[in-house]
Design a protein around this ligand. Sequence first.
Ligand code: PMP
Length: 331
Amino acid sequence: MDIRDGFLSAIGETPLIRLPWPSARTGCAIYGKAEFLNPGGSVKDRAALALIRDGEARGLLKPGGTIVEGTAGNTGIGLTLVGNALGYKTVIVMPETQSEEKKDALRLCGADLRLVPAKPFKDPGNYVHVSRRLAEETGGFWANQFDNTANREGHRRTTGPEILRQTGGRLDAFTCAAGTGGTLAGVALALKAADPGIRTVLADPHGSGLYAWITEGEPRADGSSITEGIGQGRVTANLDGAPIDDAVRIADADALDVLFHLVRHDGLVLGGSSGINVAAAMRVAESLGPGHTVVTVLCDQGARYQSKIYNPAFLREKGLPVPPWMEAGAA
Ligand code: PMP
């Protein structure tokens, strides 16, 4: 019998999927870690579980307690579902600019959802600061996904070793975008500990400061991106000291082109950050040359962004190309 015991033990041990279209285009083996198959629908289920277990171990989260967190949505969904399974309430603070689908999912899970205007990190009204103050005022447990390194530790203990086991340790590079940086840093730590020759590459959208941090030593943001949950203007505690060799910057149009090919050719309907990740994996594969193996992360499902990147009206409004099949409703 191969049965997982409840929601918590259904988190992780996700498949590693060879991606036919990106592999054929580059002559490399490009593999995607299928994090969208976690029970809460994203890579952030792992962080949610790790943060909650850390809070319990440090005595900060008591039975029946309340978890408070600022999130682009997926961490909130993960925290709420793990919280439901363990008897915790959740208060989720989210910028109102995030997709309606993620807001609906949070309401459906039973989160106390607080929407705030999108503000830069240096503004006291930024969702991360609002969540911290709310936790302080109410005596809740602030999960602090950006600067609590239990987040990357969860990935160092689970996601990284799973990739090593699934590839037999035979991979040349790993590419990944960063929001908190927990996934990138945790996996990079595990891969480098096993084989320092594995190349670790940040995949950064425009508008994020991290590409400049890796290539020039200082975070510097420019431009903007329609992707959600990734891009960062500062070096979070989770990113600090992470063994990252290089960075590539991916334009939204290139990420979307990859995403739409994945829908039509490979049967995968994924979120924007997965497009950035796969586009970066292809870029790295091209620079390494045919015959190499590159692993990346498929963070969440496209259904979470149906009203945005899979919506012709939204794409047109942003000046981005609309694939003919989407226009015709033929998909
Ligand atoms: N992709 C999506 C869709 C996300 O929600 C997040 C988390 N905000 C990430 C990628 C980035 O993951 P991490 O926080 O581990 O850097």
